[in-house]
Ligand binder design. Structure first.
Ligand code: FES
Length: 99
């Protein structure tokens, strides 16, 4: 069974409210949102467990063409992450395996 191509590029970012990446990016672009709270007001993303806030901030920063250090994002938002899900790939990028 093949998934439609869009499914791979438009993942669910906010698991609490089942909001996908394109919806979040569209909300940010439409009203030039600059705060996570504004994104939550616009499309509900981020209004639950806050695990997705790190990605909401990343999308906001990208829209504003800010260069965001992933290390800083992780530092600022890691404590909020309760549902790793899609976030695993970000943490795997940052943390190199140590043994
Ligand atoms: S995953 Fe977005 S608020 Fe919980």
């Amino acid at each position: 069974m093949n998934l439609p191509p869009k499914a791979e590029t438009d993942e669910t970012i906010c698991q609490c409210f089942q909001v996908n990446e394109s919806t979040i990016r569209a909300a940010i672009a439409k009203d030039n949102l600059t705060e996570i709270d504004q994104v939550t007001e616009s499309c509900e993303a981020g209004g639950g467990c806050h695990s997705c806030h790190i990605l909401l901030q990343l999308f906001i920063d990208e829209h504003q063409e800010k260069i965001t250090s992933m290390e800083n994002l992780v530092q600022d938002h890691a404590k909020k992450v309760k549902k790793r899900g899609i976030l695993s790939r970000f943490f795997e990028k940052i943390k190199s395996p140590t043994s």
